[in-house]
Design a protein around this ligand. Structure first.
Ligand code: SF4
Ligand code: SF4
Length: 201
C-alpha cells in the first residue's frame, strides 16, 4: 500500500525515507553500446552525456539504465551552508516536470528539512537560486534581478536537462552553477543527495 508510511508514521511518530530500497530506473545513469537514435546527441562515441539526456528511451535496448541515481556534478561547495541552506526556486521556461519533483522534497517521505534544507519565498533570504527550464527571453531580466537580490555567499543550481543543456527545446542557462543536477526530470533522491553535497566542506 503506497501510503503505508503515513499509518506507520501515526503509530510510531515521524517516519522518513532513509535511502531508496527500490530505485527508479529512469532517470538514472545509462550504459550501453552501439548505435543510438538520440534526439539530443546525448550519446557520442558510445559515451553517455548525462547533461543532455532527456530520458526519451529511444536508445533502448542498446542503452539501459544501470540504476545509479548519482547523475549530478558538484562544481563548488559552500561549508557556510552546512547548518541551513535556503533555496529560491525559479522557473525560466520549464514544462513543470522539474518543479513537481523538486516540490516532493518537502513531503514527509523525503523531508529535506532534516538535512537543514528549506525553501524561501524571497531571493533576499536565499543561499541558492535553483533554476528549472530553458532560458526564455522574458526571464533573462528576472533571473538577473533575483540573483542580484541575494546576499553573499550565494550559489546557482541548475535542475534538469533543460536548464543545463537546453534539452530538446532550447538554450540552457549560461550561468556558472555550483551544482548541475541532470535528469528529465531528475528524481527526488538525486536532487536531495546533490543538495546535501553542496553543503559539505
Ligand atoms: S534516453 Fe533519449 S536522450 Fe537519453 S541517451 Fe537515450 S535517446 Fe538520448
Ligand atoms: S528537464 Fe525535462 S522535466 Fe525538467 S523542465 Fe525540462 S523537459 Fe521538463
Amino acid at each position: 500500500m503506497k501510503n503505508w508510511w503515513f499509518i506507520r508514521g501515526l503509530r510510531k511518530g515521524i517516519m522518513t525515507e532513509k535511502y531508496p530500497k527500490e530505485l527508479p530506473e529512469w532517470s538514472t545513469e545509462i550504459q550501453g553500446q552501439g548505435n543510438a537514435n538520440c534526439p539530443t546527441n546525448a550519446i557520442k562515441d558510445e559515451k553517455w552525456i548525462k547533461e543532455k539526456c532527456i530520458f526519451c528511451r529511444r536508445c533502448y535496448p542498446n542503452y539501459k539504465p544501470n540504476l545509479n541515481p548519482r547523475i549530478y556534478t558538484v562544481k563548488k561547495t559552500q561549508p557556510l551552508f552546512k547548518k541551513s541552506f535556503y533555496l529560491y526556486p525559479i522557473d525560466s521556461g520549464s514544462c513543470g516536470g522539474c518543479n513537481m519533483e523538486l516540490k516532493l522534497l518537502s513531503s514527509p517521505e523525503y523531508d529535506m528539512t532534516r538535512f537543514g534544507i528549506f525553501f524561501t519565498n524571497t531571493p533576499r533570504h536565499a543561499d541558492a537560486l535553483i533554476i528549472m527550464g530553458v532560458l526564455t527571453e522574458k526571464m533573462k531580466e528576472v533571473l538577473r534581478k533575483a540573483y542580484d537580490a541575494m546576499p553573499e555567499p550565494k550559489v546557482i543550481i541548475l535542475l534538469g536537462a533543460c536548464a543545463i543543456s537546453g534539452g530538446i527545446i532550447g538554450e540552457g542557462i549560461p550561468l556558472e552553477a555550483a551544482i548541475e543536477i541532470a535528469g528529465c526530470p531528475p528524481n527526488p533522491f538525486t536532487i536531495l543527495e546533490a543538495l546535501t553535497r553542496v553543503k559539505e566542506k
